[in-house]
Design a protein around this ligand. Structure first.
Ligand code: FPP
Length: 228
């Protein structure tokens, strides 16, 4: 039987800190390795023909971490985008960053604008990086804008004001590191997602882990509240 490939996969990339600590390394080493894993995962998802991959890189709650770690996490996407800007353009990958831009370093904001523009006509994988993102905040801001518009208040119209406007809801949500939580990620968009949890720490997540998640997804029967 032909395998179903989910249109939209979302990943909570958890366990970087533990990966580093297990090796007696500072937590930031885990984040650095996590960024390499992200790059490999993006390429693999593109190769498989997945249309949307949304990854959780920094939540609105992550500001509570020590200053040094926050600074590191602010700098990583800059390096990642600087490195991949040209490569992703050639690989037909389109990049979008979602979340609130306020509080982000100006250097990063400018890089985001540059990369989004540079890859805007690409038609392969859409890589969506959730950065300074919070699901509740996203919904509140969408509600505010919807009430300021002349549109009727309903689900379809509310979706027009989410960061994910025109992006289909999530089919499969993966969380690594053995934690079973949603952690304020894509609350609206995961209402009917299949959830997949693995004990693997994010830096160790590889093609085989990705395939395992896809195989499990293929066993699920999606009914969206209806009957078979
Ligand atoms: C959770 O692990 C991970 C994060 C808060 C950061 C995710 C960031 C990356 C994977 C880096 C790559 C991102 C980009 C955009 C280049 P944790 O630190 O909470 O791990 P722990 O639960 O083991 O402490």
């Amino acid at each position: 039987m032909k395998k179903k490939i989910p249109t939209h996969i979302a990943i909570i990339m958890d366990g970087n800190g533990r990966w580093a600590q297990k090796r007696g390394l500072p937590r930031n080493f885990g984040h650095r390795k996590g960024a390499e894993t992200l790059l490999k995962t993006v390429r693999y998802a593109n190769k498989l023909g997945i249309k949307y991959l949304t990854v959780y890189a920094f939540s609105t709650e992550n500001w509570k971490r020590p200053k040094e770690e926050v600074e590191y996490l602010m700098n990583l996407p800059f390096q990642f985008l600087e490195r991949t800007n040209k490569e992703f353009k050639n690989e037909n990958i389109k990049i979008k960053i979602i979340g609130t831009k306020n509080k982000l370093p100006e250097k990063l904001i400018n890089k985001i604008i540059e990369v989004e523009k540079n890859t805007e006509n690409n038609t392969g994988l859409n890589l969506i990086i959730a950065f300074n993102y919070g699901g509740k905040e996203e919904i509140v801001s969408a509600v505010k804008r919807l009430t300021q518009s002349n549109l009727e208040i309903n689900e379809e119209n509310l979706e027009k004001f989410l960061y994910t406007e025109n992006i289909p809801n999530v089919d499969l949500l993966i969380r690594t590191s053995g934690e079973y939580r949603i952690s304020n990620f894509l609350l609206w968009q995961t209402a009917y997602s299949e959830l997949y949890f693995t004990d693997v720490l994010w830096p160790d997540f590889n093609k085989k882990c990705f395939d395992d998640a896809l195989n499990e997804y293929n066993k699920r029967e999606r009914r969206f509240g209806g009957l078979k």
